[in-house]
Design a protein around this ligand. Structure first.
Ligand code: ADP
Length: 399
């Protein structure tokens, strides 16, 4: 059974065709600069051989049409008939308060996703465009929406209500939604498989540390709190995003520093985080190197990143009355042993102890906690596309 996973950004499209019998990725690719000149499609086959195709795609429908042609192509293709694609799983960033699970897409679902545009003005529009394009091109194939927010809909009100006028929640939906839900769900379930334990009996803290970063407290298999908020700008410091700051800084920038609203958003989303502090880069490889060479601001940026993660882990351990396992995932979480070690420094009081040798292993699922650690610490590579494909099948089996 083959599932096509589609992830549309404002000018990009990522796709993966997965054979679900053995979770094998049959092919995958990325189209960039859609709607801009010099679009580029890079397709990788089963053996990771790359093919670059330069063609101008004026919109997502053109790009998806080309992807489908490639899937059917004699040389590059992996299917001989479009009906071999059992269903399409679409990554959708915001499912509002309505969707706590993935859902079979119909007109009603699309209408609700359009309502959610005000909550995710950058992400939901391209997601919807991708869904509409696929529906037009593959009229007989079921489409499923898998939301970044859905996993966090289990949060209790004490976690998601902000201490502001309650009417702002009731009338405008201003509350914590949380993001990266597909990843937090995937790695926590994977942990259960690896330990051969029911995660319903566990308290887990999942650290998704990529360009965007969030931490999630998972109790009895459900998200009970997460660090991102109303938008993905909240929480710990990130590559270029500020994370939590005093909200008055926003108005101060406008009233005292002469920033426009647009410049303020740009500053907090694109020029802050470790990039803003270091003035060097948002990439942790550059920062780790610079810090080792004695660059003080690079070191400060990293130390602030670790400090905030430590604080968040400790807070979630307190909220859950302890922690059984901590998971690191995504670009930084999977690859940076320096980050993992630094974030857990001083956590012995919680029963966390990592083994330095195990912490240096990369590219696979590995338990990095030592034998004497009460808390298990794992590195688990995330696989959001596989999770989307699995959810897609689950929805169809249940409907
Ligand atoms: P996103 O999906 O949010 O764009 P990723 O999960 O791909 O981000 O993570 C990207 C980040 O991972 C890069 O910015 C880089 O800082 C970090 N990263 C990747 N490889 C390494 C490495 N070997 N050491 C440290 N950081 C790394």
């Amino acid at each position: 059974m083959k599932i096509l996973v589609i992830n549309c950004g404002s000018s990009s499209l990522k796709y993966k065709l997965i054979e679900m019998n053995d979770d094998k990725v049959l092919c995958q690719g990325l189209v960039e600069r859609i709607g801009i000149e010099n679009s580029l499609l890079v397709h990788k086959n089963l053996f990771q051989e790359k093919y670059s195709i330069k063609e101008n795609f004026s919109n997502h429908k053109d790009a998806i049409d080309k992807v489908l042609k490639i899937l059917l192509d004699e040389k590059l293709g992996v299917i001989s008939n479009i009906n071999e694609i059992y269903a399409v799983g679409h990554r959708v960033v915001h499912g509002g308060e309505k969707y706590s699970n993935s859902v079979l897409i119909d007109d009603e679902v699309i209408r609700y996703l359009e309502e959610c545009i005000k909550l995710a003005p950058i992400h939901n529009p391209p997601n919807i465009i991708g869904i509409k394009a696929c529906r037009e091109l593959m009229q007989d194939t079921p489409m499923i929406a898998v939301f970044d927010t859905a996993f966090h809909q289990s949060m209790p009100d004490i976690a998601y209500i902000y201490p502001i006028e309650y009417s702002l929640y009731e009338e405008h939906g201003i509350r914590k939604y949380g993001f990266h839900g597909t990843s937090h769900k995937y790695v926590s379930q994977k942990l259960g498989e690896v330990l051969d334990r029911d995660i319903e009996d566990m308290k887990i803290i999942s650290c998704h540390l990529g360009n965007g970063a969030s931490i999630c407290a998972i109790k009895e298999g459900k998200s009970i709190d997460t660090s991102m908020g109303f938008t993905p700008l909240a929480g710990i410091a990130m590559g270029t995003r500020s994370g939590n700051i005093d909200p008055s800084i926003y108005t101060f920038l406008i009233e005292e520093c002469g920033y426009t609203v647009e410049e303020t958003n740009e500053s907090l989303n694109k020029k802050s985080g470790v990039l803003g502090i270091s003035g060097i880069s948002s990439d942790f490889r550059d920062l780790e190197k610079a810090a080792l060479e004695g660059n003080k601001r690079a070191k400060l940026a990293l130390d602030i990143f670790y400090y905030r993660i430590r604080g968040q882990i400790a807070a979630y351990a307190a909220h859950m009355g302890g922690v059984d396992a901590i998971i690191f995932t995504a670009g930084i979480g999977e690859n940076s042993s320096i980050t993992r070690k630094a974030c857990l420094k001083g956590m012995e009081f919680l029963g966390v102890k990592i083994d330095e040798e195990l912490n240096n292993i990369r590219g696979e699922i590995v338990e990095i906690s030592g034998d004497t650690s009460k808390v298990k610490v794992f590195v688990i590579p995330t696989n959001e596309e596989l999770m989307i494909a699995k959810e897609t099948i689950e929805v169809l089996n249940c409907s």
